[in-house]
Write a protein that binds this ligand. Structure first.
Ligand code: NAD
Ligand code: GLY
Length: 359
């Protein structure tokens, strides 16, 4: 079992990564001195993994209640947040208890945000059950919901007290969800870690077969990379923006399609766009564009995307919350394993690339 520590002054926390890590959860919650846990999950994960989690916690003497929301992005809404807060009130979760976010990035974002604002903040343990949540969303404290027009518009940066990523939970994850998450994994490789890119290229077949031997070091590496960035810039004032590589166009695609794209696929699309923009601006050379395309293709990415018109995607760009003073700050790759943050890109270059990528 791997353990990564996210180091923050007075708020460091462990991220456990490994097959069978869920076994550690009851003792971890007991160790936090929490007499009660409110498990927030979605209906699919509740059915698959809820019974094990509830039995483990109850067996350790933790009073446990569970709320299962509708699966998918539709649960990152004010209505779902209201329902979650209502549940915490109904079960009487006080500040000695913990919220346990059991599920993918949607549940992690919703439950994490509910925990951040309930009673002005109760502790949250993230228990990611998708690859995307394990490598990205469960770590780093970004929580929140979407507004009707803008993804992740309402939220906070509030760190969890622990993250428990059990690779066994990935066995039940649908193939498309599993593959799509490699969009985020490739993001780390291209923007931050050339060696990881090599490992992905060499091991992509075994990784797609979900073998723990290949998967555990890759998930752990992604968590290490994210932990380092978060420790350097928790509040996302500067260098943390590197984690948004591929997300500017990716979020615009998600928004323009009414959140109809799988997040990792949208990020893969965004990385293809960002690399082509970088090439046009001579921030990177054509070999980077080719190497990234091949890496993404090895994982079947970007794969099927919703039909979105170039004009609609371009119109969605200024609403991206990473924009500052109406100008989007881009993250562009320089070479494999390195990217530059905070770059301005002329609108016509963005439009040209988007029109090339969208049929
Ligand atoms: P998700 O949470 O919607 O999960 C995808 C689907 O898989 C859902 O239908 C869910 O029910 C199902 N599922 C989850 N675990 C399963 C399992 N073990 N077995 C079977 N089915 C399972 O999607 P996601 O891709 O995990 O997360 C996407 C969300 O994460 C987006 O809202 C995105 O904005 C957010 N995100 C947040 C951050 C952050 O830093 N907070 C980072 C990246 C992405
Ligand atoms: N997923 C981007 C971040 O955590 O900053």
């Amino acid at each position: 079992m791997g353990k990564v520590t996210v180091k923050l002054p007075g708020r460091s926390y462990p991220v456990l990564v490994g097959r069978g890590a869920l076994v550690e959860l009851p003792q971890l919650v007991r160790g936090l001195g929490a007499p009660a846990a409110a498990v927030i999950t979605d209906e699919t994960v509740a059915r698959l993994w809820g019974p094990d989690v509830l039995a483990g916690l109850s067996g350790a003497g933790v009073r446990t209640e569970m709320l299962a929301v509708e699966p998918g992005e539709r649960s990152k809404t004010l209505q779902a947040l209201e329902r979650t807060l209502g549940f915490l009130e109904e079960v009487g979760l006080d500040r000695s208890g913990v919220v346990l976010a059991l599920g993918g990035g949607v549940v992690g974002d919703l439950a994490g945000f509910a925990a951040a604002i309930w009673l002005r903040g109760v502790r949250c343990v993230q228990v990611p059950t998708t690859l995307l949540a394990m490598v990205d969303s469960s770590v780093g404290g970004k929580t929140g919901i979407d507004s009707p027009r803008t993804k992740n518009a309402i939220g906070s940066i509030t760190q969890p007290v622990a993250v428990v990523a059990d690779l066994a939970t990935l066995e039940s994850l649908p193939e498309a969800e599993f593959r799509s998450a490699f969009g985020e994994v490739v993001k780390y490789a291209v923007a931050m870690d050339r060696d990881l890119a090599g490992e992905l290229e060499e091991g992509h077949r075994e990784l797609l077969e979900r073998g723990t031997e290949r998967l555990e070091p890759v998930v752990t590496r992604c968590v290490e990379l994210k932990a380092k960035v978060v420790a350097a810039d928790e509040l996302d004032r500067g260098p943390r923006a590197i984690l948004n590589y591929g997300h500017t166009l990716g979020h615009a695609l998600e928004s323009a399609s009414g959140y109809g794209a799988l997040h990792g696929r949208a990020v893969a699309f965004g990385m293809r766009g960002a690399a082509r923009i970088a090439e046009r601006l001579q921030v990177c050379g054509p070999e980077l564009v080719g190497a990234q395309d091949r890496l993404l293709e090895a994982f079947g990415l970007p794969g099927e995307l919703p039909a979105v018109r170039a004009e609609d995607l371009l119109a969605a760009l200024p609403r991206d919350k990473k924009s500052s003073g109406g100008r989007v700050r881009w993250v562009l790759p320089r070479e494999l394993g390195s990217a530059q943050v905070g770059l301005a890109v002329p609108d016509e270059v963005v439009a040209e690339v988007v029109r090339c990528l969208l049929p």
